[in-house]
Design a binder for this molecule. Structure first.
Ligand code: ADP
Ligand code: ZN
Ligand code: ZN
Length: 816
């Protein structure tokens, strides 16, 4: 008898592969187990079993496997089905999905690089012989490839050895970020217990001679009464407007006691109060509506304005779901947001909350994977960014997609270019689970689905605690520049408001969307702007490093002192990014603590959290940032949000530009005034009458939606048309031009729907590769599956034209 297994190899290959196994192996192996298999020349890959059968392959001789890596499946059928769905819907290879879905520690292969974790203490006597040999080799070499280990151990079955060393924390795999975050300790103050009784207090006040000291003690009492939570030294000195020296004196005199708390513990205490609070009337109503909708529909949109307390509603739903013993997946656009959320959810659900974080080490990710796999209580609620969708859930009851409108839910590169929200709906369907999409500014597609009855719709129009929506004021930049009412990029109106916020001890957020508008160096004599030698973009000027950098390929050079074209020394910086705003602000307010939050300042594992912590603790006065600021952060002391320039978002060459501008401005504005006092927003713009700016100002989502929907209809865009974007790349300009024309024409002949292009995109060369794009628009009434089949056929025939073989083509379905 012949026995075979069908496996997925973690490479971009369109098929599954057949390997030969013995009868014993056949009886042991189950779908979802990993098997090390030889593939190509001398390479080993971690393949995944998707089927067992007795049919020999017809086109090739089936090879034998190396070894079985698992004792039981680590992937279940829900996952395998989802992978195949994604591969088919997003027109990629199932190997791409497999590769993207598994934490890389579970995907060892010959080229994987292994190094020692220096911080782990190793007891050599507890290592097996094989483990010891690997460990010893790492004492002489800083890293090893899997292939080296095969040589060292002189056998093929080495993956289990590596896996065990990983489990013991002795080794780690490449591309791990190792950064320790020491939780910030905040200095707090409390009255010595001797003074807790009222009569003692009066004696105390009498005994204090200096007014300043008396005032401080009184302020302490007032704060204590207001806040009913620990009072930090910083908060006290700020409110009392005194220096820490006086606090010190009072500590020395034994009036106050100092103590330190970790910031997350403080939230814990505060949330303890929240925990007893119940939903507001409006929240309760929304919650009941969602529950009723879930009786009939599987997907519901919660359209709740910023700060309406959507998280509290999610929490209630999660509560019910875990009470039924089911798993919950909570998807966030950016994992950076988790700090705040994890605090809030752990408060309710204790250690049932796990976080799946792309910035976590491999080992940590494997740990969560295993917890979910074993339906451990520790991971009954999983919070994660889009890739958390791929965890081995077996019993999902609810998926929450928070901030569902965020484009980061769509993976761009590499394949699979899937949309996590849309894929979540497919996954939920398999589990017969419910999906709640939440947003203050839903995507046009989702709102269309919700108003056309495909999804349920629940609106929550008031902020929690009856806080008012922020007041939005427009500043006309044209007028302000003309009347010289500007300092750098700051209008006098904005400066006045910032001063007012400072006077009230309140914090400020300034938003500068850097995309498409970065500072460049321009020659004032000949107008030359230095370009990246490998990409079709201007280099961006970074003042701190005194460098010019390319944001696409990382190319950089020291800032030149004269123009490379005309040698003039008259060079000026044009345009502005967050960095320049930060610098201008520092000049305007030299005594204030200003921090910047953008891609450059948030690279490390906890760098984002550090900034957020600092801002939350009120150590930072102004936060300057990019769209990262627009993602659901909750601060209670921000009374002013400034949008530095609304126009550069509006004029992005993209059919979603107006929708995105509305979303971004509304979301950033929503960070203002989240407690009792009404917040203020200043939008600086050259187009105060622009419809989108007006819609933001009037909080008119419906107006924006109707207008955009109309545009989408007449210009053939989603939700009326599905977009498939093909991107072609090659170093040879002429070959690319010819090839893309060929592809365009053949598509055109084979499809009776709009095919547009081939177009040279705004940035038409990156890393020395030229780029062309072709856009296919599929009307919603045209069958999708057969259209994709035709497209795939054309792509396959393109692939076999000898002169075009080297042109790379990527397919982006539901292009975002
Ligand atoms: P959203 O996500 O809708 O912008 P949040 O869920 O962040 O709003 O809520 C805004 C603020 O209101 C948070 O600080 C939250 O703790 C508070 N809040 C919302 N609902 C409640 C509630 N039912 N009880 C106590 N506090 C609440
Ligand atoms: Zn010049
Ligand atoms: Zn470049």
């Amino acid at each position: 008898m012949n026995y075979f297994i069908e496996v997925i190899i973690p490479l971009s290959l369109p098929k599954t592969f057949t390997y030969r196994v013995s009868e014993t192996e056949y009886n042991f192996i189950k779908k979802g187990m990993r098997i090390a298999v030889p593939f190509g020349k001398n390479k080993i890959y971690t393949a995944l079993v998707v089927d067992l059968h007795q049919n020999a392959p017809t086109l090739y001789e089936a090879k034998e496997i190396h070894q079985i890596l698992d004792e039981k499946p680590i992937v279940n059928e829900f996952q395998i089905n989802l992978w195949f769905w994604i591969a088919s819907y997003y027109m990629c290879n199932v190997g791409d999905v497999y590769r993207g879905a598994l934490p890389s520690a579970l995907l060892l292969e010959s080229e994987t690089i292994i190094s020692q974790r220096k911080e782990t203490f190793v007891n050599e006597t507890e290592l097996s012989d094989d483990e010891f040999l690997v460990y010893e080799a790492l004492q002489h070499q800083s890293s090893l490839k899997v292939q080296n280990i095969i040589d060292i151990l002189n056998k093929k079955t080495i993956l289990p050895v590596i896996q065990r060393l990983i489990n013991k924390n002795i080794i780690s795999l490449e591309e791990e970020i190792q950064e320790e975050y020491k939780p910030k300790l905040t200095r707090y103050i409390r009255l010595h217990e001797n003074y807790s009784a009222e009569e003692n207090l009066i004696t105390l006040l009498d005994s204090l001679k200096s007014d300043k000291r008396k005032n401080l003690v009184l302020q302490y009492f007032q704060l204590q009464a207001q806040e009913q939570k620990p009072i930090s030294v910083k908060q006290l000195t700020e409110t009392a407007q005194t220096s820490t020296a006086i606090v010190k004196v009072l500590v020395e005199k034994g009036v106050f006691e100092e103590y330190y708390i970790q910031e997350d513990r403080v939230n814990f205490d505060k949330n303890k109060l929240d925990n007893q609070l119940s939903l507001s009337e409006a929240q309760q109503k929304a919650f009941t509506e969602i529950e009723n909708i879930f009786i009939e529909k599987d997907v519901c949109l919660l359209h709740g304005v910023t700060s309406s307390g959507k998280t509290e509603i999610y929490t209630k739903l999660i509560e019910n779901c875990i009470a039924e013993g089911k798993q919950v997946l909570y998807l966030l656009p950016e994992i950076a947001l988790t700090t705040q959320l994890v605090g809030r959810l752990t408060q309710h659900f204790g250690n049932k909350v796990a976080v799946f974080h792309s910035k976590y080490s491999n080992n940590e990710r494997v740990e969560v994977w295993n917890q979910v796999l074993n339906t451990s209580e520790k991971a009954q609620v999983v919070i994660g960014a889009r890739s958390a969708l791929f965890l081995p859930f077996s019993n999902l009851g609810l998926i929450i997609v928070d901030e569902e409108h965020e484009p980061t839910f769509k993976q761009q590169d590499p394949a699979p270019r899937y949309h996590a929200r849309d894929s979540a709906i497919v996954l939920a369907n398999a589990h017969q689970s419910k999906v709640l999409l939440g947003s203050a500014t839903p995507s046009i597609e989702t709102y269309y689905n919700a108003t056309s009855g495909k999804f349920g719709l629940v609106s929550l129009k008031e902020r929690f605690g009856k806080v008012q929506m922020p007041e939005i004021e427009l500043v006309d930049l044209k007028d302000s520049y003309f009347r010289k009412k500007m300092k750098g990029h700051f209008s006098l109106t904005l400066i006045e408001q910032i001063i007012e916020a400072f006077t009230n001890n309140e914090q400020v957020i300034l938003f500068q969307n850097r995309r498409g508008f970065s500072p460049v160096l321009e020659c004032m004599t000949c107008g030359h702007v230095p370009q990246c030698p490998q990409c079709d973009v201007s280099l961006t000027y970074h003042k701190y490093k005194n460098q010019l950098r390319c944001h696409y390929c990382g190319y950089n050079m020291a800032k030149p002192s004269n123009c490379h074209v005309c040698s003039s020394v008259d060079l000026e910086t044009k345009g502005f990014g967050t960095e320049q705003i930060e610098l201008e602000l520092a000049e305007l307010f030299p005594n204030k603590n200003i921090k910047r939050m953008d891609q450059d300042t948030t690279r490390g594992k906890y760098s984002f959290e550090k900034i957020i912590d600092g801002f939350k603790n009120r150590e930072i006065d102004v936060l300057v940032g990019t769209q990262m600021l627009a993602k659901g952060l909750d601060f209670d002391n921000v009374s002013l949000v400034g949008i530095m320039n609304a126009d550069n978002m509006l004029y992005h060459p993209d059919f979603r530009a107006f929708e995105r501008s509305y979303q971004m401005m509304t979301q950033v504005s929503g960070r203002s005034g989240r407690s009792e006092k009404r917040g203020k927003v200043i939008i600086q713009t050259y187009n105060p009458l622009h419809n989108v700016i007006q819609q933001v100002t009037n909080n008119d989502y419906e107006g924006m939606y109707k207008e955009q929907l109309y545009e989408r209809k007449i210009y053939y865009y989603p939700p009326f048309y599905r977009l498939i974007k093909l991107t072609l790349k090659h170093r040879d300009f002429d070959k690319l031009k010819e090839g893309s024309m060929w592809l365009y024409q053949v598509l055109q002949q084979n499809l009776s729907i709009p095919v547009l292009g081939p177009e040279e995109p705004a940035i038409s060369r990156i890393r020395n590769e030229y780029i062309r794009t072709i856009m296919i628009k599929i009307p919603s009434e045209v069958p999708l599956q057969s259209t994709k089949k035709t497209i795939q056929k054309v792509l396959n025939s393109f692939d076999v034209v000898p002169q075009y073989r080297t042109i790379k083509v990527t397919v982006n379905v539901d292009f975002y």
